[in-house]
Design a protein around this ligand. Sequence first.
Ligand SMILES: *Cc1c(COP(=O)(O)O)cnc(C)c1O
Length: 348
Amino acid sequence: MDFDKILRKHLVNLKPYSSARDEYSGSEGVFIDANENPFESVGGGHYNRYPDPLQRTLKEAIAPLKAVSVDQIFVGNGSDEPIDLLIRAFCEPKEDNVIITPPTYGMYQVCADIANVEVQKVSLLPETFELDANAVLDAVNEQTKMVFLCTPNNPTGNVLSSEEVMKVVKGFAGLVIIDEAYIDFTNKESYAGLILEYSNIVVLQTFSKAWGLAGLRVGLALADPGLIGILNQIKYPYNINQETQRLALVAVKEFAKKEAYVVELNKNKEKLNIALSQLSIVEKIYASESNFILAKIKNADDVFNYLIEHQVIARNRSKTHLCDNCIRFSVGTEEENERAVEVLKSYV
Ligand SMILES: *Cc1c(COP(=O)(O)O)cnc(C)c1O
């Protein structure tokens, strides 16, 4: 795919900022090129040097884990950063549009709105929350630059049919952004394995959910090196700070621990599922391959407020398209889940 063809015209010849660390990336010598404090940080610690703008060490550790090469990886300040960058790189305000498939993650719309880029909505199918690839392809027009798909989907928890996803990938000439924020909780294959064959796929993953690094802000875009190069050109030079790079590297090296958390959370999810299904106010629990459960509940707004009054904070999705009277429960520790169920029982 020739990314320059779909890149916004004024960016084709962009001269990106060249930082001191871009111009010299060695680690030995006397560094008097970046106007840093040569001593140490006020408040303690050694944060006085600028971090690696391309996070090379971290990417070298991530590459084998994701079975991609270093130049197919973009590390972002959360996966929200590449969502924003993709829209700013490829979508001309007031001209181009993106397609999203509600009910889905809210940031696609927010980033497009901020950039003044039109959003076309193609609903998932009711109840199954399945993707309707033909409806997506029907909505595509000359100005459609990207389609956002989320699988497992937030807030519904289901994995989209890979046949439908691939129909979009093969039938659409623009970018298909596949958000895999919850990939760790399912045994379905990542689409990252297809980025070599289909250069219009951009896979998003995050360290915020299963990896427990939400507070650090680390997300990934996995895609063709040509596209990763464009994201690198328009990002802030030092988008991932030194401590975040260091701690994310520690996490990657301890990935077995992430797997253990996933096993535990999936077990807790099954228990929570059973407990919720025994409550008379729960009308339906949607099958979830993520670390949350979407449940249809009688008088959801009232139940949600009752939970809040008892200091149990779930997510009210009852105003969300196709999610009437739905509340989303993140899977917590066993104690947290038991407390939530206890409060729900007391409501009944
Ligand atoms: C949580 C979430 C993200 C955001 O992840 P960050 O890496 O924390 O920015 C992205 N997509 C979906 C679907 C999410 O649920």
